[in-house]
Design a binder for this molecule. Structure first.
Ligand code: NDP
Length: 328
């Protein structure tokens, strides 16, 4: 078993930022990368809304973050976590594919994954017309026609955002009413660039080098047809990557880990940051801020614990010395 002061689970912006801060605090963190190094950002074609990073791809930004954290002593373990034991308190046990760690403190940054449509063409055209983030990729669809899939808050909000760039945003929903909040719905219905196709599902995403059409099916009539489009934005929900922590950390009704403003979870010594605990903002910039807060809280928690342990040891030594003196 390899003992560490800090183990960070997940290598997206929250995890790599927590690594940078805990490394600079001389805590020698280990980041366990997880199945997708860099998380969702690694799937993003271009990042233009992260302050200070004036252009480049998601993987470019992740590489910079990784190098910066490593420069101060963070170590990256390109492995996945299979199991965590939080039941017995710190030190926590973390079992990976190839190793087993014990960690005084844990920072959970395992992120979230967009739900997939799971239709032919989806994975093939991801980054080439298929996107899961309007804020990230909307700019690349200036004066183009796009479709948005879904009927919740994300689909409607992101659809409205996309009207800034696209000539038309066609929202395709499997039912005949939206579940998004009413004010957003009103805005969407009033927006002349937005159109709505009800009771319809996507059967296939088509293209050559890039997306050029979707194959749709009307669930009421059964009719299938091709609909030309250059962008397919899929917003059918996100799922926090929480399977390792089910029953171990308190979660809200959507499965997001609950944290306080110190990024503390329900287990003392376990902190969380980024999309595993944030159902709302889902931005690199917010994840970086949360990763910073989690790292600083971790550092303070470890320092406090160390000083309490030192006082306890000191008191114990004094009691023992006193007992010895009395015995003489
Ligand atoms: P939701 O789960 O709310 O909505 C997902 C939408 O996708 C639903 O309309 C659903 O259809 C549809 N859908 C699900 N699976 C499929 C599928 N396989 N094929 C086609 N359509 C599908 O997810 P969101 O990401 O929109 O929101 C998640 C949470 O975050 C919600 O609680 C939401 O309120 C909140 N949120 C709040 C925002 C805000 O500004 N307040 C912004 C963004 C999110 P159906 O309706 O038929 O189930």
């Amino acid at each position: 078993m390899q003992h560490e002061k800090v183990v960070i689970i997940g290598s997206g912006p929250a995890g790599l930022t927590a690594a940078l801060y805990t490394a600079r605090a001389q805590l020698n963190p280990v980041v366990i990368a997880g199945p997708q190094f860099g998380g969702q950002v690694s799937l993003t074609h271009e990042i233009e809304n992260y302050p200070g990073f004036t252009g480049g791809s998601g993987p470019d930004l992740i590489e910079i973050m990784k190098n910066q954290a490593e420069k101060f002593g963070a170590r990256i373990d390109m492995d996945i976590v299979l199991e965590v034991d939080l039941e017995h308190g710190s030190p926590f046990r973390v079992k990976t594919g190839n190793n087993e760690y014990s960690a005084d403190a844990l920072i959970v940054t395992s992120g979230a994954s967009p739900r997939l449509l799971e239709v032919p063409g989806e994975s093939e055209f991801t980054g080439r017309g298929v996107s899961y983030c309007g804020t990230c990729d909307g700019f690349f669809f200036r004066n183009k026609k796009v479709v948005v899939i879904g009927g919740g808050d994300s689909a409607v909000k992101e659809g409205l955002f996309l009207t800034r760039f696209a000539t038309n945003v066609d929202l395709i929903h499997r039912r005949d009413s939206l579940r998004a909040e009413k004010t957003q719905q009103d805005r969407a219905f009033e927006n002349p660039k937005m159109n709505f196709t009800w009771d319809t599902v996507v059967e296939e995403i088509k293209g050559d080098n890039k997306v050029n059409a979707v194959k749709l099916r009307n669930l009421k009539t059964g009719e299938s047809y091709e609909y030309p489009t250059e962008g397919v934005f899929i917003f059918i929900g996100h799922d926090p990557n929480n399977s390792l922590f089910t029953g171990k950390l308190a979660m809200d009704e959507h499965g997001y880990v609950i944290t306080d403003k110190f990024m503390r979870t329900s287990v003392e010594g376990v902190f969380a940051a980024g999309e595993i605990q944030d159902p709302l903002w889902k931005q690199v910039a917010t994840s970086v801020g949360q990763g910073t807060a989690a790292a600083m809280s971790t550092e303070q928690w470890l320092a406090k614990r160390e000083s309490v342990e030192k006082v306890a040891e000191h008191v114990k030594a004094e009691v023992a010395a006193e007992a010895e003196a009395q015995a003489k």
